[in-house]
Write a protein that binds this ligand. Structure first.
Ligand SMILES: [Zn+2]
Length: 175
């Protein structure tokens, strides 16, 4: 209902050149890919977007999304509201080649020259920011240890993996 506070599509290049900012509210039910991952498609997303050019004249889109999504508690399997706040800065590009030239601090946002569908961006960013699990506060205690472990593991694992390889490479080099 309140989606009309945001334009459906924008011209991303023009918006960036003009440093346009947009604020609005979007209904979760209008984001079907996201809604499929939720317990309910009720709720709204507060959207803050700013198109701009950075000091290198690269066109960027800064965004901030804030919402509370209905998910299924991993422990009791009842619905639970999970607050989500996410911020992002995307580099607006027209081709894969431009994407590969972006500074590492920007995720590429591949666009058509004149028409960017805002809800595609918002949906994608929310899906990316969705925590793997949701718990009620009362359910979280027992699982806290476990979920913290599993959150830390990828990083630790990556480091552990890296070291043996460099050690092996070193050994090979010596032999
Ligand atoms: Zn629960």
């Amino acid at each position: 209902m309140s989606d009309h506070s945001l334009p459906k599509t924008v011209d991303p290049l023009k918006y960036a050149d003009q440093n346009k900012a947009l604020q609005g509210v979007m209904e979760v039910q209008n984001l079907p890919r996201l809604a499929d991952m939720l317990a309910s498609d009720a709720g709204t997303i507060t959207v803050d977007l700013e198109f701009d050019r950075d000091e290198q004249r690269i066109r960027i889109l800064r965004g901030r999304l804030s919402t509370s999504l209905s998910r299924i508690c991993e422990r009791c399997l009842e619905p639970v509201q999970q607050p989500i706040e996410t911020e992002f800065t995307l580099g607006i590009v027209l081709t894969d080649e431009q994407a590969s030239q972006l500074p590492g601090r920007y995720e590429p946002l591949l666009v058509d020259p004149v028409s960017l569908e805002l809800k595609e961006v918002i949906e994608e960013e929310l899906i990316l920011s969705l925590p793997m699990f949701a718990y009620h506060d009362r359910c979280h205690g027992e699982y806290e240890q476990k979920s913290e472990d599993s959150e830390n593991k990828p990083e630790d694992g990556a480091q552990v993996k890296e070291n043996p390889f460099s050690v092996l490479a070193g050994l090979k080099g010596k032999k």
